[in-house]
Design a protein around this ligand. Structure first.
Ligand code: NAI
Ligand code: MG
Length: 378
């Protein structure tokens, strides 16, 4: 029997609540799909920081590195200056674990309310592959004459062939398992230097995948096309800043923060990948049992798929979709069920669910196949 070593970082606010739900569902699929997990809880976040001043220590990095994957809840607290925990823990983790790609499925599940009038699930099933290490977020730049009328702030965007080609390569590998289309989202008409490098990567990698169609969309036009005609997209590859923006738009299209999932992938297998719902710690609803656990549960499913448990992951996705379809609302009291009740319903659906609830093939199975390719490349 396969055993996967999982590090679990519940974090702050609703993080521990939705993570508990993800683990409830995980317990249930382990029994059914014949694998086990060994779990290590790692306490990072506001409480520890306020007690000890520690964010992410070298010891934490060593501990986490000894696992196959990381499940992450959410971090952030009104008791801590904004940015301290987010940069000191989340961004530090993505860097330390060399999680070079952020994967964000944008799938509208049946029955989930979307603000886009007339949008149907058949038309909305895409994946955004966001370069996760550089671009405008690399942290280079400086300010001179700060605080004076002569102040000059320089914030550079760094684009290396190494990172760009790696992200584009992953996008093509994923597209091979899907509808065989990769769209580059950038702003090549203005950011001509970075744009040329991304276009070249599309061309070079595209030659290795002649059966994959390529497309290009400027990021501003993307903000129009993604909500209005998401069916145009299969795999969208983009840089760190544009990816941050368009994935929030994608989350809105697919029903909001309660359902959106993500993975930060280490493509070389040199350290664990990390899976997290895209919402934050939601201090406004923490402690009430009102958080929607679907984003955390679907992130756990993404995790399973990269561990090679594609069938289990797809079952979790189908069960979650079944439950979402029956909820009267997606968040708060409108959900009509507590966080834990939603998790229990997902578990209940694992045995009884309608296999046809999702018409299109599951990203979860596709990712399990691509993952094999990821390791081969290393
Ligand atoms: P947020 O995502 O925590 O909350 C935004 C709104 O969505 C709130 O009204 C919240 O109640 C609601 N919401 C969030 N998750 C939900 C869920 N699962 N079910 C139902 N409703 C949900 O974003 P916000 O308020 O801007 O940030 C709160 C804290 O979280 C801050 O400290 C922020 O820095 C941090 N944060 C952390 C992230 C992470 O850990 N990856 C990501 C985003 C924010
Ligand atoms: Mg963001």
């Amino acid at each position: 029997m396969n055993t996967h070593r999982l590090a679990v970082i519940p974090g702050d606010g609703v993080g521990p609540e939705v993570t508990a739900s993800a683990l409830t569902v995980l317990d249930a699929v382990e029994e059914r799909y014949g694998f086990t997990t060994e779990r290590t809880e790692v306490l990072l976040g506001a409480d520890r920081y306020l007690d000890t001043g520690e964010l992410l220590t070298e010891q934490d990095v060593t501990t986490l590195s000894g696992h196959d994957a990381i499940l992450f809840g959410a971090i952030g607290s009104p008791r801590v200056t904004p940015g301290v925990l987010e940069r000191g823990i989340i961004l530090a983790l993505r860097g330390a674990m060399r999680q070079s790609v952020n994967l964000r499925p944008v799938r509208l599940y049946p029955g989930v309310p979307t603000p886009i009038a007339g949008l149907t699930p058949e038309r909305c099933d895409l994946v955004v592959v966001r370069e996760n290490t550089e671009g405008a977020y690399v942290g280079t730049g400086s300010t001179v004459h700060r605080g004076t009328p002569a102040a000059v702030a320089v914030q550079e965007s760094i684009n290396t062939w190494y990172a760009v080609e790696r992200a584009v390569d992953f996008a093509f590998r994923l597209a091979e398992e899907r509808r065989r289309k990769v769209t580059l989202c950038h702003k090549t008409n203005v950011l001509v230097e970075a744009g040329a490098l991304w276009l070249e990567a599309m061309e070079v990698v595209g030659r290795r995948h002649p059966d994959v169609e390529t497309d290009y969309v400027h990021v501003d036009a993307m903000c129009m096309h993604l909500p209005v005609s998401p069916e145009r997209f299969d795999v969208v590859v983009t840089d760190n800043l544009f990816g941050d923006i368009v994935t929030d738009l994608g989350a809105v299209v697919q029903g909001g923060l309660g359902v959106a999932a993500s993975g930060n992938l280490n493509l070389e297998g040199s350290a664990p990948s990390m899976f997290e719902p895209i919402h934050g710690s939601a201090p406004d609803i923490a402690g009430r049992g009102w958080a929607n656990p679907a984003g955390a549960v679907l992130s756990m499913a993404l995790c399973l798929s990269t561990l090679g448990e594609g069938a289990a992951a797809a079952a979790v996705e189908r069960a979650t979709a079944s439950v979402l379809a029956d909820l009267p609302g997606l968040a708060g009291e409108a959900m009509g069920a507590s966080t834990d009740e939603v998790a229990q319903r997902i578990v209940g659906c694992l045995d009884t669910m309608d296999e046809t609830v999702l018409s299109a093939p599951s990203l979860m199975e596709q990712l399990a196949v691509v993952r094999a390719g990821m390791r081969d490349r290393a």
